[in-house]
Design a protein around this ligand. Sequence first.
Ligand code: MG
Length: 204
Amino acid sequence: MKLLCIGRNYTEHIKELGNQVPEDIVFFLKPDTALTRGGEDFYFPDFSSEVHYECELVVKIDKVGKCIPIEYAKDYYSQVGLGIDYTLRDVQSKYKAKGLPWTLAKGFDYSAPVSEFTDLKQLQKDIQDIHFTLVKNGVEVQNGHTACMIHTVDEIISYISRFITLKTGDLIFTGTPQGVGAIQKGDVLEAFLEGKSVLKQEIK
Ligand code: MG
């Protein structure tokens, strides 16, 4: 399985990092070794001094698909969860400035904790009507709603599948809303999907 991650999908987050709104959907990959299934703590890596959290809605792909038309994209998923796209902002900035790939900043081991998945039917929600928040040390730092995505989940699935075949079990991180920030050892992050706690990590 693979982890596909969308960059720059919420306008206010693009502004907070001083980035430009991209013409096309921007995506990158994390290796499967980045994935953890929640419940584990996050160990601050010794190859960075500035690690940011990015809380994101994660969509699980249910079946193999290639060149999926937007109108059929809904047939390829039924469950969502929340994940944190941990990012080495210092490493990313260094490579971005040189125009080099920033795989290390995003793809290091354990950089993608993901919650258990919930059926959209059970949530009784359209995928573009989902509210999620991230709380750091008891204070809400990110408050996102999927209606604010620049590119919808169906557009993302259709776009990516033109180039890369989607397979059962693949996970798509759909971009982060505003409020990203640095973590320190001792911090506790907790993510809420529609008000329900689904993911909690201590930074060690
Ligand atoms: Mg992200």
